[in-house]
Design a protein around this ligand. Structure first.
Ligand SMILES: Cc1cc2nc3c(=O)[nH]c(=O)nc-3n(C[C@H](O)[C@H](O)[C@H](O)COP(=O)(O)O)c2cc1C
Length: 177
């Protein structure tokens, strides 16, 4: 798919078909997301693919009720985590800038969007989800101590074609000095 078309036609997909996602496709999307830029090429983003329906059921019911319908209906749920204390940090663990620990989140956002665009190009639908019980889910998923849970990304073959919500125009977004 041509890049501009891919950027414009990617939508958050919240309804999926029952068709499972081949692991090879998921692995291709993660391999493409690895090309996202990151702080000093630290590449902190990690992905846990939750295929087990029982685990997804528990996540819906206990840790992510706001997004239960989406998580219950997707075929694979990605838990995006990141390795703490690298992006935006010096070797002595001090912050590199006055953004403190914020660059970690910035890097995860770039990686997540790269993953979603790659998935779209491969014919998969995705939606990034930020509303869930982070601490509870970190414990349930046994996220290692040196990592933090960033976002959930539902993945599946789209069963809807939503029209994109309105975007701001360039005059609003861009100023010159
Ligand atoms: C950081 C972040 C968190 C989001 N959290 C949720 C969420 O919890 N549930 C949901 O349905 N959509 C969520 N979304 C999707 C947004 O609602 C969606 O991207 C936005 O409405 C624009 O629509 P589009 O992605 O189709 O262009 C989230 C998106 C981002 C980037």
């Amino acid at each position: 798919m041509e890049l501009q078309e891919c950027i414009k036609t990617r939508r958050s997909i919240r309804k999926f078909t029952d068709e499972p996602i081949p692991r090879t496709l998921l692995e291709q999307a993660v391999a493409l997301a690895a090309w996202a830029p990151s702080w000093k090429n630290t590449q902190i983003s990690r992905y846990i693919a939750i295929e087990d329906p029982e685990m997804r059921k528990t996540i819906c019911e206990t840790y992510a009720s706001f997004n239960a319908r989406i998580i219950g209906g997707c075929k694979t749920l990605i838990a995006q985590t990141f390795v703490k204390g690298r992006s935006g940090f010096e070797r002595d663990s001090s912050f590199s800038t006055d953004r403190d620990a914020g660059w970690q989140y910035y890097d995860c956002g770039i990686a997540a969007q790269t993953f979603c665009l790659a998935a779209h190009d491969l014919g998969l639908g995705t939606v990034i989800m930020g509303i869930f019980d982070r601490k509870g889910l970190e414990s349930y998923l046994q996220i290692p101590e040196d990592q933090e849970l960033m976002a959930l990304i539902a993945v599946g073959y789209p069963a809807e074609e939503p029209t994109g919500p309105k975007r701001k125009d360039v005059e609003t977004l861009l100023t010159y000095r």
